[in-house]
Each structure stands twice: as C-alpha cells, then as structure tokens.
Design a protein around this ligand. Structure first.
Ligand SMILES: Cc1ncc(C[n+]2csc(CCOP(=O)(O)OP(=O)(O)O)c2C)c(N)n1
Ligand SMILES: [Mg+2]
Length: 340
C-alpha cells in the first residue's frame, strides 16, 4: 500500500456476506466494546507514561483496534494466541483483563510476569496466551510450533499470530510460513500492514503490490482484508479458522490499516506525510465501526456512547487497582529466570 493511497472508507462487505456472519446484537456490542477498551487503555497508557507512573515504554495500537477485536473474537477457547505489540484487544478477549494488563504495565507483583521482562511480554498458559517475543518475526515459528503440537495431539485448536508489514522481511517469516504450509498446520498469521515500520514507509520495505501475494508461493490460502473494518477482519479470521480446523492448513491474512500515532510514546512521527495522516483520520476504525453498526441496525448510537463511557470507568478502575497493588519483593528478583 502506498502511503498516498487510502483503502476503502466505508464497509465493502456485501449484505449477503454480512448475513453469513451470524452475529447477535450482543456480539456486535462486544466487538465495539473491545475496540473502545483498547483505545481507552492505550490512550491512558500514554498519559501515565508522561506522568512517570508506568514501568517501561508505551506502544499503542491506535488504528489496529479492528484487527485485534475482529480476529480475537473469531477464536474458540481451545485456540492459542501469540499476540503482538498492537493487539492488546486480543489479550482482553482471552481473559487478560484491563486490571491484569495495567498491573503488568506498572510492574506489580500480581501481574503475569511479576514485574519482570518488558511490559508487553506477558502470557498465561491457562488462558492459551503465549507471551510475545520482542524480536520481530520470532512469534511466527513459535505459532507454527504450537500448531504442530495441536495437530500431533489431534486437538481441535488453531494458533493465531501477528506480524507487522516491516516484520515480514525477517527470515523467520519465511521459515515459519513454509513449515506451516508444508505440514498443513492449523495456523493463521495476520499481517498488520499500517504503512510504516517505525519511520520506514512500505515503498522501502517490499517491492510486491500486496504482501499477501506471497501466500501463493508458500502454497497456502491468502486473504486481503480492510483492517479498519472489524466485521471484515472477523469474517476473514473466522473463515481461516474453519479451514484450519478442517485440515486445510494455514492462512495468511493481510489486514491493511493505518498507524494513528507514532511508533511508540516517544515518537512524534514528524516523518509521516500529511496525506497519510489525513487518510488515517478518515479511516479511524472506531468512528467507522460506529457508522457501520448504526447504519446496519446492529447498535444505536446511544448504546455505543454508553459502551464508550463505560470503558473509561473500566480503565479508571484498572489504574486504581494496579496502583494499590504491591510491587514485587526484591527477594523475588531471581525467581523464574533461567540464568542467574
Ligand atoms: C528483529 C527486530 N528488529 C528490530 C526491532 C525493533 N522494532 C520494534 S517494532 C519495529 C518496527 C516494526 O514495524 P512493523 O513490523 O511494520 O510493525 P508496526 O510497529 O508498524 O506495527 C522495530 C524496528 C525488533 N523488535 N526486532
Ligand atoms: Mg508497520
């Protein structure tokens, strides 16, 4: 995607596609809730960072909420999540509540890592969340290994993971996808293509038109989707999970979106052209979801306003809970680490 080119600005789903989604009003409310929760949680993270109340850095998935909510919502309990730095909504959907995640970002003793490692690097084996590895690409062979395990154990689960478009240039992308395709593994990989890898625009990242075109070379299904449309992401992921469960192997999904903020809290993103910023604003997944859901009759604007204001309260509660939670004991510093 050239940074000059905006994807569709309104839903490109046809009515018959939408009927196939078979979602209830409750489902639509929850999809919007998770998107709002991600936006509110990360907006708050940036404020807390500036106030010196966080441990470590803050990244936001502003612009990626539809990818996180739509794909996470397509998962079944037996599926395994390997999240990435812009998909905190998937954590929420698998039971890592805002309280738990805020404790994680504040390095508290009761957080999943007990205050160790980077704040985003947390998982919970009971919840089928495998903590992300910071090295871009490394999550792909991890997901392929999980998918191999699920297949060998004849379990019904599917492994879901993510990679930014910048991360697709790393060798692990090739190794993980090739292995998954050869072994027909139950795995779904979503490329979150936001047009930039830190300050590098897509023109300097890859020469093909769409990264999903690589799927054919691996001998796997590839799907291109509007990553700002939560229903489109949900549908593409749900279909990919169904193929994986039927033994038809992995799917590569390319979800095109925009990064609404800089790479992280410390990046003012002065290198981003105005045309990209304008297109990003126009394609913000939250107002787009509101327009689509109200137009389609899934939710009223009043219902969506209530969901949004409740998210503010949920995050207020998470911050208060985390700040009243204890810091780890110094004596615990060396427990749970491999080398001392
Ligand atoms: C192997 C490796 N190289 C560099 C980094 C530092 N780094 C973290 S995120 C990032 C940009 C990633 O861009 P992209 O894959 O497009 O994902 P995005 O942040 O845009 O979602 C970089 C360079 C890293 N974590 N791992
Ligand atoms: Mg990117």
């Amino acid at each position: 995607m050239s940074v000059e080119t905006a994807p569709v600005t309104e839903s490109d789903l046809r009515d018959d596609d939408l009927e196939d989604l078979r979602l209830s009003a409750k489902d639509y409310h929850e999809l919007y809730h998770i998107m709002c929760l991600q936006r509110e949680f990360e907006t708050r993270l940036y404020t807390l960072f500036k106030q010196g109340r966080l441990i470590g850095a803050a990244y936001a998935g502003a612009g990626h909420e539809a990818i996180a909510a739509g794909s996470g919502y397509a998962m079944a309990p037996q599926d395994v999540l390997v999240p990435l730095h812009r998909t905190i909504g998937t954590h929420f959907l698998r039971g890592h509540t805002p309280r738990i995640m805020m404790c994680q970002y504040m390095g508290r003793a009761n957080s999943p890592t007990g205050g160790k490692d980077g704040n985003m690097h947390c998982g919970d084996i009971e919840k089928n969340i495998i903590g992300m590895t910071s090295h871009l690409g490394a999550n792909i062979p991890t997901a392929a290994g999980i998918a191999l395990g699920l297949k060998l154990q004849k379990k019904d689960g599917v492994a879901l993971s993510f990679i930014g478009e910048g991360g697709t240039s790393i060798g692990d992308f090739h190794e993980g996808l090739n292995f998954a395709a050869v072994r027909k593994l139950p795995m779904v990989l979503i490329i979150e293509n936001n047009g930039f890898a830190y300050s590098t625009p897509t023109e300097l990242e890859y020469a093909c038109e769409n990264l999903v075109d690589r799927a054919e070379g691996y001998g796997m299904e590839g799907v291109l989707v509007d990553g700002t449309d939560v229903r489109a992401v949900y549908r593409a992921t749900k279909d990919a999970f169904a193929r994986a469960r039927a033994g038809a192997g992995p799917t590569l999904i390319e979800a095109k979106t925009y990064r609404l903020l800089g790479h992280s809290q410390q990046d003012p993103a002065k290198y981003v052209p105005q045309s990209y910023k304008d297109a990003a604003k126009q394609n913000d997944p939250l107002p787009k979801c509101e327009r689509d859901f109200v137009k389609s009759g899934y939710c009223t604007q009043d219902e969506m306003d209530v969901i949004k204001s409740n998210c503010v309260k949920e995050i207020d509660d998470a911050v208060a809970f985390a700040e009243s939670s204890p810091m780890p004991e110094p004596a615990e510093a060396l427990t749970g680490v491999y080398a001392v």
